[in-house]
Design a protein around this ligand. Sequence first.
Ligand code: 4NP
Length: 155
Amino acid sequence: MAYKLLFVCLGNICRSPSAENIMNYLIQERGLEGKIICDSAGTSSYHIGASPDRRMQAAAGRRGIKLVGQARQFDLSDFETFDLILAMDRSNYRDILQLDPDNLYKEKVRLMCDFATQHRDREVPDPYYGGEAGFDHVINLLLDACDGLLEEFLK
Ligand code: 4NP
């Protein structure tokens, strides 16, 4: 059975689709296809059906990574479906845990930055209202955290 990862942010058009596509890129690079399955979702319904943000696509493209997918909202069934749920920031983390009032799935929910080894950031910052540098930072941070997460998986 494949290990299932779900990346979660607010809109599912910037950070979490980047995390999903970066992880798929690393999985392919390391020949781990089929062992780990990735998906992403937003806590909000703001952008359901939308493609990844163009500025995010451009930043990922600068690192040779193509972003594919359409935004969807986090669903309660995701708690059962996925083995690990990775929140991009503390607000996403809180919003996810609020949907699990009995703390049945708390152990499955983690902050993405807990897996970064090269960056000191504790959260993946929301780049939506900022400039190009913010999008590039998100990609660099996610490359680091995805790599760290993969290393944990391979232990
Ligand atoms: P994301 O970024 O959560 O990384 O997808 C955002 C996308 C949209 C909005 C905020 C953050 N928004 O307010 O519409």
